[in-house]
Write a protein that binds this ligand. Structure first.
Ligand SMILES: Cc1ncc(COP(=O)(O)O)c(C=O)c1O
Length: 390
């Protein structure tokens, strides 16, 4: 018998999202489960990649990031952050936002430290905290009058002497909640009172449909205790490119890089160059407005589709996803999502899977539909969903 493997790894559950994609493929279902765009990236982005792979630098670069990309990220985020980050000292390029989260947590969490996570949540938060030997502390967002709200008394009550950070995702996956200025001020006040880091996952920052997206790092005193995370994959619909970043105070960034240099060393260099060029061009070519309009159109098309076939929809204010409740459909939500893939031909994710097993009983009995898809894909899903009425 070989030696047992590390429980840190063996205790982790398999990724339900990839499993849903496999199931969708097996049944020829329209896949609104996993959140990846099914339309091509914009031509100016693809051209930047062709150029970078043809004539660009193909060797190692500094672990902190390709300098042109560090500068492009700093320039791109300046309006959101309310300050121009120091590109060299404060911006670090990572392998997608996923590794940015990992690097940030590695930098903050010591064994046994607690990290507050708002549920339902992006699936990687809890496993990532556990991989750092930390303890995820989930707090459930609640639906009040058709809107997702955070109970600040519960948030305060969850903070202990071991709490080191809160992960704040806005616009939020899976709920589509966009945190307001007032909510961010309350979170910032708690972070200041209890000396917490805020890991601000803002990968959907270009996809706020009504109110403008606000970065918590733009609030007074928050630059010094916030790690802002972004993703080129989400901005340019190239989730396979795996380029993300952290923007954090220089001392924090230096510590983060001390670990980062030993793990991936650096992100793929020609892809960094391509993202740099794309961010530069997007400053002036109207891309962000058209991206936002495209996603808003998709949301505005698909919400009524779901309502027509009997779902109660919590309309998202941002991001890639719609949560639709299926309590009217009288089935167990996990079983219902299976039925939807195998019999109706549409894949969606059960909301309970966005909770830890211990808090799954608090989950809304609902499904998450990704609308980051071509209109034809959404129309094909709509046609199939009509079968629910019949
Ligand atoms: C909230 C959130 N954060 C981070 C990520 C990961 O982004 P990336 O693909 O850049 O690793 C995702 C991807 O779905 C996400 O929804």
């Amino acid at each position: 018998m070989p030696r047992p493997l590390a429980p840190r790894v063996t205790d982790l559950a398999p990724n339900a999202f990839s499993a849903m994609t496999v199931l969708a493929q097996q049944h020829g279902a329209v896949n609104l489960g996993q959140g990846f765009p099914d339309f091509p990236a914009p031509e100016f982005v693809l051209q930047a990649a062709r150029d970078a792979f043809t004539t660009g630098w193909q060797q190692y670069a500094s672990p902190r990031g390709w300098p042109r990309l560090q500068h492009a990220i700093a320039m791109t985020l300046e309006p959101n952050l309310g300050y121009l980050p120091d590109a060299v000292e404060e911006v670090t390029v990572t392998i997608g936002a996923t590794q940015a989260l990992h690097a940030a947590l590695q930098t903050i969490v010591s064994a046994g430290d607690e990290v507050i996570i708002l549920e339902p949540r992006f699936d990687s938060y809890s496993p990532q905290v556990r991989l750092c030997d930390g303890v995820p502390v989930p707090i459930a967002l609640e639906v009040v009058d058709g809107r997702w709200v955070l109970d600040f008394d519960k948030l305060r009550a969850a903070i202990t002497a071991r709490t080191c950070a809160i992960i704040l995702n806005t616009p939020h996956n899976p709920t589509g909640k966009v945190f307001t200025q007032a909510e961010l001020e309350e979170i910032a006040a708690l972070a200041l009172e209890f000396d917490l880091w805020v890991i601000a996952d803002e990968v959907y920052d270009r996809l706020s449909f009504e109110a403008p997206h606000i970065s918590i790092a733009s609030l007074p005193l928050m630059r010094e205790r916030t790690v802002t995370i972004g993703s080129a994959g989400k901005i340019f619909s190239v989730t396979g490119w795996r380029i993300g970043w952290t923007v954090a105070p220089s001392g924090f960034s230096a510590a983060l890089r001390a670990a980062h240099q030993w793990v991936p060393f650096c992100a793929t260099v020609p892809v960094q160059e391509a993202v740099a060029v794309a961010l530069e061009l997007a400053q002036t070519n109207g891309y962000y407005a058209s991206l936002n309009a495209q996603f808003k159109t998709a949301r505005d098309y698909f919400v009524p589709v779901l309502e027509r076939v009997g779902f109660k929809v919590l309309e998202p204010q941002g991001g890639y996803f719609i949560i639709a409740s299926c309590d009217a459909l009288t089935r167990d939500v996990l079983e219902f999502s299976r039925f939807l893939v195998t019999e109706i031909g549409v894949a969606a994710m059960p909301v309970p899977l966005f909770h830890d097993p211990e808090t799954r009983h608090l989950a809304l009995p609902a499904l998450r539909f990704a609308f980051c898809k071509r209109m034809e894909t959404l129309q094909a899903a709509a046609t199939r969903l009509e079968r629910l009425i019949r």
